[in-house]
Design a binder for this molecule. Structure first.
Ligand SMILES: Nc1ncnc2c1ncn2[C@@H]1O[C@H](COP(=O)(O)OP(=O)(O)OP(=O)(O)O)[C@@H](O)[C@H]1O
Ligand SMILES: [Mg+2]
Length: 312
């Protein structure tokens, strides 16, 4: 029997070898993602956020080269064979992928898509119909019949996101992993999504990983934050928004529109590029000689972990 557990990543790495190039999408990662917490993941485009999530979920394409371990309870879920893994992970994780409009099936009614998900755990047909209605209702929809009988293209972006979320928590997973749940939605709808996540929490799913560019979502909703840069985790902890410690995190927050949009000079190295030293050193205001020749570990500092020699 599975139980709710922390996710422990141990030297976990993902590479893609495409067109003769070695793309190191996720470099060696040691990380504990705690159960019963909402963990946000931020970082600029291409830094490896989705790859990290897909790696945990076991949903990377076959050609990905994956190394290291992911411990969940007493299982190394990284070692499970494909079939076992699908069964196991479907019970443990609900996953809301990055593009809701592409994730909903355009030629099947919403009703059928929710019921398909409920079918995995409930057998009685009336029971399933009732549960589908309740679920849709719990996501703040009033006109339940209309929603259930719609196709995804008949719903707005915000509605699609809510429906997709309903489908993915229908099986009562221990964890919910959502990739950019507020992307492309207008401000009002973004607020609705936060409301949706609060509802999910009330329904008892309180271990979540939320990948986002939306700092308000992190501020209002996340207990812990993981900051990534160029395929590496560079800072983990709570209160990072009010007190960022890694020089990249400081610059990243200053570059956001709500903080005056001061751009950071330079750009992140390509994932194909191996660098001697810290991957951030040529953009760093605090660069020291050591940073150019050694890659820093994650150091403990103020109940946080920071990949920077300032905290060694
Ligand atoms: N299936 C794939 N095949 C080859 N390369 C990939 C694949 N998926 C991701 N990558 C590469 O891995 C790196 C990390 O990608 P990832 O999708 O995790 O970025 P991200 O942080 O989620 O970015 P975004 O904010 O744009 O969603 C990128 O360089 C990307 O091009
Ligand atoms: Mg992504």
């Amino acid at each position: 029997m599975t139980q709710i557990s922390d996710l422990i990543l141990e030297d976990f790495q993902v590479e893609f070898n495409t067109r003769g190039q070695q793309v190191k999408a996720l470099r060696s990662t040691d990380l504990v993602i705690k159960k019963d917490k909402i963990t946000g993941i931020v970082g600029e485009t291409g830094c490896g956020k989705s790859v990290l999530a897909l790696g945990i979920l076991g949903l990377l394409p076959n050609y990905a080269v994956v190394k290291g371990n992911i411990h969940y309870g007493n299982q190394n879920i990284q070692n499970l064979r494909k079939k076992e893994r699908e069964k196991y992970l479907g019970k443990v994780f609900g996953y809301i992928p990055q593009n809701p409009s592409e994730s909903l099936n355009p030629i099947r009614k919403i009703k059928n898509q929710i019921e398909e998900s409920l079918n995995l755990i409930y057998k009685d047909k009336d029971d399933i119909e009732n549960k589908a209605r309740k679920l849709i209702e719990s996501f703040g929809f009033e006109d339940i019949d209309r929603i259930l009988n719609s196709y995804s293209f008949q719903l707005s972006g915000g509605m699609q996101q809510r429906v997709l979320t309903a489908i993915h928590i229908a099986t009562n997973p221990y964890w919910l992993i959502a990739d950019e749940p507020t992307k492309g939605l207008d401000k009002e709808v973004q607020k609705d999504i936060i409301e949706v996540f609060n509802r999910i929490k009330e329904q008892g799913i309180d271990s979540m990983i939320i990948i986002t560019h939306d700092i308000n979502l992190v501020k209002d909703f996340c207990d812990e934050l993981i900051v990534m840069y160029s395929g590496e985790v560079i800072e983990i902890g709570s209160n990072i928004i009010s007190e960022p410690m890694h020089p990249y995190t400081i610059g990243f927050f200053e570059s956001l529109p709500e903080n005056g949009m001061k751009p950071m000079i330079g750009k992140a190295p390509s994932p194909t590029e191996d660098i001697i030293g810290c991957r951030f050193y040529d953009r760093c205001k605090f660069v020291m000689d050591r940073c150019k020749v050694e890659n820093p570990d994650l150091y403990h500092a103020n109940s946080r972990k920071v990949r920077c020699f300032l905290y060694d």
